[in-house]
Design a protein around this ligand. Structure first.
Ligand code: PBE
Length: 267
């Protein structure tokens, strides 16, 4: 039986990621909402720093609690579990949506049609992320497009080509969104677009689309992760629906830890 207090061992600290991530705000909310998190805090830095901390803890079989999400290769690399979240602060199952600026439908109907049809499975996104461990995202996206002609044809069939029209995709700085961003860029370029992927924080991505500074984003995680940003700008962008089903965010720990729920922690 484990007698040690996990909180004490990890200095009542959750290892978070970038300050601007949706999951960072969700973790602040969780610290507020759960009595078991009284006196805890979140350390934010970067996704790379979080992954390093997770890897080091696992190498030493030490406790660690990180902000995690799926799809992500961390679940393939390590034995991990999500801590149960009975208050659903992190939501349940998330979807990833495609939004565009107002007027894109009239200005670039071909791109709008392709973006409207664009949808894939977590396994597709994971394939791009896995390949991107060994090549850049542009190449990994090209490889996925080459290997998935049928899926891509569903998005482009009957859509007219254009002649070098510029289009800007506004994405966020995580592998999930680099994957969808570069696949969408690749597909739009086969139709003759000159597509660019810009990477900003989620709040800036919503703002850019709402203000018409960017054309489209395949980055919003809903309803929990980016719900606040969505609500803030609702009505100022077009919502084209989901491009992926079955994403998730939450607190993640190594399997060997003797806790299953956020409520198993002690303040
Ligand atoms: N994430 C990955 C992002 C969205 C995609 C879960 C780290 C976030 O929390 O904003």
């Amino acid at each position: 039986e484990e007698t040690a207090n996990v909180g004490e061992e990890i200095d009542y600290t959750i290892t978070g990621i970038e300050p601007g991530a949706g999951i960072t705000q969700a973790t602040e909310n969780a610290i507020e909402e759960y009595d078991s998190f009284k006196g805890w805090n979140q350390e934010t830095a970067s996704t790379a720093a979080m992954l390093t901390a997770l890897g080091e803890a696992i190498d030493n079989e030490e406790p660690v609690i990180v902000a995690g999400w799926s799809p992500h290769y961390m679940f393939a690399k390590y034995d991990l579990k999500y801590l149960e979240d009975p208050k659903e602060v992190y939501g349940g199952v998330e979807i990833i949506k495609t939004i565009t600026r107002k007027g894109l439908k009239e200005d670039m109907p071909e791109a709008y049609e392709v973006l409207d049809r664009f949808h894939w499975e977590p396994a597709d996104m994971e394939q791009v992320m896995l390949d991107a461990q060994e090549m850049d995202f542009e190449e990994a996206a090209q490889k996925w497009v080459n290997n998935n002609e049928d899926k891509v044809a569903e998005w482009t069939e009957g859509v007219d080509s254009v002649d070098g029209t510029s289009i800007e995709l506004v994405q966020t700085p995580w592998d999930t969104e680099r994957s969808s961003g570069y696949v969408a860029k690749n597909v739009l370029e086969t139709l003759g677009y000159d597509a660019e992927v810009t990477t900003v924080s989620p709040s800036v991505a919503f703002k850019a689309i709402a203000q018409g500074d960017g054309d489209a984003s395949l980055a919003p995680w809903m309803p929990a992760t980016h719900g606040d940003f969505y609500d803030k700008y609702e009505g100022e962008f077009d919502d084209l629906g989901e491009n992926l089903k079955g994403a998730k965010i939450g607190l993640v720990v190594p399997e060997y830890m003797d806790i299953d729920s956020i409520e198993d922690l002690k303040a």
